[in-house]
Design a protein around this ligand. Structure first.
Ligand SMILES: [Zn+2]
Length: 387
């Protein structure tokens, strides 16, 4: 066999068994292949953050932009007149997102890979392809005596936060998956969606069950921010029955939620693991809605800035920013940096199979460069924390 044939055979062997087609229901056609123009009315300032040097890793913050590709980042960067907080990253890598049984993954399997270090089936949450529960980075942290949590903008029964704290074979079984939070090791959970926690068909009140387990329960971020918390407080903050409001209505909610989670978790002298998700980028990729998609991406970027600033001051915190998969097949086809104008096209109402970026900041950042499997990200985190 000549080298070309050999590499072709190797490539074919490496391609996982996939079902590439998405169901028609996942593919709305609004905006498909038409040029959509967005001009950002109020660009925000970005500072240069001095990266810390030479310290050990004590804390890890994993930030997931659901459905965020380089085209999302490039479009957001152009719209904000050529600047993003994300530009403070020290290292950039690429992550392969395919799951165990499909080329194009979803937030169930994609997030489970980031949470546990194992590929699983499409729509599975926190379980392997045989349905066996997979321990996440939250569990790893908990077992080492570290604190752990999640802070997200999506309803808590949505896939990504559940990938880290719950276990279920099919994410569509929403009433069942959200009930699994009661069994999780989380110290801090901040995210909306109480409508599936109280007034349930099975008569359970999950917030009461969590209260009985010793958690402080808060129905707004204001209440949590104003609460006098004990040093080892464990909390659930679940405002809003479903998702959080749109970015322009909710203000810097995700930034506040993230900093409050960090404030609580960082009281532990052994360190913490926190997953933060800009959850709704994915929704507006599915809807092919470029304006709201950019607002969500900018909201996530400003949260990244706040987290990186905290991490720079702390010096012992590794911040990783990545995505579980791309959404919308977004392409930046034209625009103007001075005007903050972008012209984009969507090619699908579902997810696409492109590699997604990994950004890292803080001690250990150099481990996240190059091309890797999505599962390598948590595996590297575990190795770094074991050192
Ligand atoms: Zn999606």
């Amino acid at each position: 066999m000549n080298t070309y044939i050999k590499s072709l055979v190797a490539a074919l062997v490496l391609v996982p068994a996939v079902a590439s087609a998405q169901t028609p229901a996942e593919l709305p056609t609004k905006g498909r292949d038409t040029q959509l123009t967005y001009v950002m009315p109020n660009p925000y300032n970005v500072e240069v953050i001095q990266a810390p040097k030479g310290k050990k890793i004590k804390n890890v913050i994993l930030m997931i932009g659901d459905g965020m590709s380089l085209n999302h980042v490039g479009s957001a960067w152009t719209a904000n007149r050529g600047k993003l907080w994300l530009d403070n990253s020290q290292t950039v890598g690429l992550s392969k997102t395919y799951c165990a049984n499909r080329l194009i993954t979803d937030s169930g399997a994609g997030g489970t890979a980031l949470a546990s270090g194992f590929k699983t089936n499409y729509h599975s949450v926190g379980v392997d392809p045989d349905g066996k529960p997979l321990p996440s980075l939250n569990v790893f942290a908990h077992e080492r005596g570290m604190s752990n949590g999640v802070a997200v903008t999506c309803r808590l029964w949505d896939a990504t936060p559940c990938d880290f704290l719950c276990h279920i074979v099919d994410r569509d079984n929403e009433d069942a998956v959200i009930a699994d939070y009661v069994n999780s090791v989380a110290d801090v959970v901040i995210g909306p969606g109480y409508e599936k926690m109280v007034g349930r068909k099975d008569g359970r009140n999950l917030l009461n069950e969590l209260r009985d387990k010793g958690y402080g329960i808060y129905s707004s971020l204001d209440d949590l921010e104003n609460a006098k918390l004990k040093k080892d407080a464990r909390v659930y903050c679940v405002p809003y029955p479903h998702d959080v409001p749109l970015p322009l209505e909710r203000g810097n909610w995700l930034e506040r939620a993230s900093l409050k989670a960090i404030d609580i978790l960082s009281k532990n002298p052994k360190g913490f693991f926190l997953m933060i998700e800009g959850s709704q980028l994915d929704d507006y990729g599915h809807f092919n809605d470029i304006k709201t998609l950019m607002e969500e991406t900018h909201d996530f970027d400003r949260t990244i800035g706040a987290v990186m600033k905290w991490a720079a001051k702390d010096g012992e915190t590794l911040v990783i920013v990545t995505a579980d998969h791309e959404c919308g097949g977004l392409t930046l086809v034209d625009g103007d940096l001075n005007e903050g104008r972008i012209v984009c096209k969507f090619s699908t109402g579902g997810h696409s199979g492109v590699l997604v970026p990994i950004y890292a900041f803080g001690p250990g950042h150099e481990n996240f460069t190059g091309i890797m499997e999505n599962t390598d990200i948590p595996r590297k985190v575990i190795e770094l924390l074991k050192k």
